[in-house]
Design a protein around this ligand. Structure first.
Ligand code: PLZ
Length: 452
């Protein structure tokens, strides 16, 4: 093995040929070489969904080192809403690279950070006065939202929900619901984290939003108490937990209870944010105005950036120096975010997310009608999933789900699974995908279901 391979630079972006093209089995020989090196060099805990060696991506495809072109229905887990190597992002980051790469905003500030904060304050729900703070990852931003809420309320407890996913750091592992693979053996977890039942229309016997909220609030009041509770954190549509859309009225009732009880309502919009669901933020579909909104993923076209945005009085409660980090709001990431947001706006990608949603929901509902193993189809915009079950009992069918995903992968379609029970296939295509590719990708998934 050579120490340094000759770098292969392959231009990506929307000008890549938009097609599904398989020239080898997946993974092909070059991908397998990388996987062998990965096994020797990278910790096993860093797992892989689709073991290829990526050399370029853009529009709606990912190209591997063997020359295969795969349809991207995952966007790197809801990140590249504007597509990989989106032209405005490439241009803005390249320009920023040539001027300066890092000063640390809290040492000597620069405009990009402030401009991103202004944009977030403008775009997030509610017309109250807002402030933002920038970080690197979703988990880091969630941690900071909780820090801020605790400092403001002078209370300690935090409530998260069943099926929640909030990250892999210690506090966010504690907030996350699912044991394997996220938590098992990684404790002890942070204290003062409590869990409440969610609204899960497909599995909670048809509770209305109001009934599910009353159930959650009763658990919170009996087991925690508003006088101890700093914040409730929730994903407006759960991501890793299974693309669970709560029944109408659930989120507004929780927000109302928070307002009445001096509890900070934190919306984790890390996966749902930035045009993904056919709105800037998924909170808008339920007309709720969170006190704090956590964003990441789709914010910066693939560069690492995250944020907490919220009511000025809450955000300003921490003392100067209380919030920060070396890299938070790095100038390259901020340049990328401004170009990404401009791309969502100029290319009308919120509308595009809705169109993609119509195609997804239409095709998947047709599958459901034809095949009782498709128990549920749900989601909003370009965040849609199907839950696979044993038709007789309704029990989750994780084996079927893995088989369908494996079939799709082998046939050149990148799909992701999710769900507490591992039985959900989720669709998160880049908003730059063509209808043609999207439909081709969905027909491969449908074939996979037939074969399984
Ligand atoms: N909150 C709602 O979806 C990240 C996790 C991938 P980070 N989801 C993808 C994996 O297996 O690690 C996520 C999320 C919601 C927080 C996070 C955490 O965001 O940027 O991964 O830290």
């Amino acid at each position: 093995m050579t120490l340094v391979d000759t770098p292969v630079i392959t231009a990506g972006g929307p000008s890549l040929t938009q097609e599904r093209r398989l020239v080898t089995a997946i993974p092909g020989p070059r991908s397998q070489e990388l996987l062998a090196r990965k096994a020797e060099a990278v910790a096993s805990g860093v797992g892989l969904t689709l073991p290829i060696s990526v050399v370029a991506a853009g529009g709606g495809v990912i190209v591997d080192a063997d020359g295969n072109s795969l349809i991207d229905l995952g966007s790197g887990i809801a990140v590249t809403g504007v597509g990989n190597s989106a032209p405005r992002v490439v241009e803005a980051v390249t320009a920023q690279l040539h001027s300066f790469t890092h000063t640390c905003f809290t040492v000597s500030p620069y405009e990009g950070y402030v401009a991103v904060a202004e944009k977030l304050n403008e775009l997030t729900p509610g017309d109250h006065v807002k402030r933002s703070a920038l970080f690197n990852s979703g988990a880091e931003a969630v941690e900071n939202a909780v820090k801020i809420a605790r400092h403001f309320t002078k209370k300690q407890a935090v409530v998260a929900f069943d099926h929640a996913y909030h990250g892999r750091t210690n506090l966010t592992m504690g907030l996350t619901a699912k044991n394997i693979p996220y938590k098992s053996g990684f404790g002890p977890f942070a204290s003062e984290v409590y869990r409440a039942p969610l609204s899960y229309p497909f599995r909670d016997g048809g509770l209305s939003g109001a009934e599910a909220a009353a159930r959650a609030i009763s658990v919170i009041e009996k087991q925690v108490g508003a006088e101890n509770l700093a914040a409730i954190i929730i994903e407006p549509i759960q991501g890793e937990g299974g693309f669970i859309v709560p029944a109408a009225g659930f989120l507004p009732a929780i927000v109302e209870w928070c307002r009445a009880n001096d509890v900070v309502f934190i919306a984790d919009e890390v996966q749902t944010g930035f045009a993904r669901t056919g709105a800037w933020f998924a909170s808008e579909h339920e007309g709720i105005v969170p006190d704090l909104v956590v964003t990441a993923k789709g914010i910066a076209g693939g560069l690492p950036l995250s944020a907490v945005t919220g009511r000025a009085e809450i955000m300003d409660s921490a003392m100067a120096g209380g919030l920060g980090g070396t890299y938070g709001g790095n100038p390259l990431a901020c340049a990328a975010a401004l170009a990404t947001i401009e791309t969502y706006e100029e290319d009308r990608l919120i509308d595009r997310a809705r169109e993609i949603g119509a195609v997804l929901i239409g095709r998947l509902n047709a599958l459901r009608t034809a095949d009782p193993r498709v128990g549920d189809v749900r989601g909003r915009g370009a965040m849609v999933a199907m839950e696979l079950v044993d038709p007789a009992s309704g029990a989750p069918d994780a084996a079927l789900t893995s088989a369908v995903a494996a079939y799709a992968h082998a046939n050149g379609v990148v799909v992701l699974t999710c769900g507490t029970y591992g039985n959900v296939i989720r669709f998160l295509p880049p908003l730059t995908i063509s209808d043609e590719l999207l439909i081709d990708g969905l027909s491969v998934v449908a074939e996979g279901l037939k074969h399984a």
